[in-house]
Design a protein around this ligand. Structure first.
Ligand SMILES: C[S@@+](CC[C@H](N)C(=O)[O-])C[C@H]1O[C@@H](n2cnc3c(N)ncnc32)[C@H](O)[C@@H]1O
Length: 263
């Protein structure tokens, strides 16, 4: 019988290790549990079990994300509320779990982006959050402009820029549809499900030729409507749709890659 913390806790909860990993997420010294989770029958008990088993500072119940600023609907179940630091691929991300969201499930997408960018590129991240895409990319490109509208997320974007020495990252507080520049970017990342509303603006920010990576929700097994929708845009020469992760029983989180050429 295995005695690592996940095995012990899974046995106590009466679930498999795979189910445990699906429903419980750790960010630094905090653990987030889905509040609609069928395993959370008695919050206090689960909170204390997690705190002691994983040597955590805090356990939170999570019920979803609110409004366009993506503020987590979250409640402290056990422990003390504090900032946490998540380390991924040698990069530190500091955040307050009660104020900002952290998309751990986008790790593969982040790896893909850091592989495809070029040293001489100027990139724009229109929805930067705390820098989850922007900071790793900043080490691979000439410059990345990282725009964020929520002052709480922007605060951590600045801290994370400094903490990781991301010198090529230019942080901008405000609405990414009002950037007072044109034709300056080789590549644009649009990591928000409302991104489609900002595509016309993104096309203005792009140089004569460039790439756009637009995040969207799509019906599982049928991405054809996205190929049609984005293929119709003027200047969009090629469209590719890639799955990032499963979002719900019927929908996937996808990225629409667009090659743009303005003639
Ligand atoms: C889904 S989060 C993604 C953050 C990041 N890409 C990640 O993967 O962690 C979207 C972010 O866009 C920000 N946002 C929403 N509307 C915006 C706008 N018009 N201009 C700039 N940022 C915006 C939200 O505050 C939120 O932090």
């Amino acid at each position: 019988m295995r005695n690592d913390a996940v095995s012990v806790v899974s046995r106590q909860l009466g679930i498999s290790k795979a189910e445990f990993h699906q429903n419980y997420e750790s960010i630094g010294k905090a653990m987030i549990i889905r509040r609609d989770d069928m395993f959370v029958k008695e919050e206090g008990y689960f909170g204390r079990l997690m705190l002691s088993s994983f040597k955590l500072w805090a356990v939170y119940g999570y019920a979803g994300i609110r409004d366009y600023k993506r503020i987590p609907d979250i409640k402290l179940i056990s422990g003390i509320h504090t900032e946490v630091v998540q380390k991924e691929d040698g990069i530190l991300y500091k955040m307050d779990p009660e104020k900002v969201m952290f998309s751990k499930g986008n790790k593969r997408e982040r790896h893909i982006l850091t592989e495809i960018v070029h040293r001489d590129e100027t990139v724009l991240d229109m929805f930067a959050g705390i820098g989850y895409f922007s900071i790793p990319i900043s080490f691979k490109v000439k410059r990345i402009y990282s725009c964020e509208i929520n002052p709480d997320s922007f605060h951590y974007l600045l801290i994370n820029k400094r903490m990781n020495g991301a010198r090529n990252l230019v942080a901008m507080l405000g609405d990414s549809s009002s950037i007072p520049m044109r034709g300056f970017s080789d590549r644009i990342i649009m990591g928000h499900f409302d991104s489609h509303k900002y595509l016309e603006k993104a096309l203005l920010y792009l140089k004569k030729e460039g790439k756009i990576h637009l995040h969207s929700l799509a019906t599982r097994g049928d991405y054809s409507s996205l190929y049609e929708k984005y293929g119709q845009y003027e200047y969009v020469e090629d469209v590719e749709v890639r799955k990032v992760k499963s979002y719900s029983p019927s929908h996937d989180h996808v990225v629409v890659d667009m090659d743009v050429k303005k003639h």
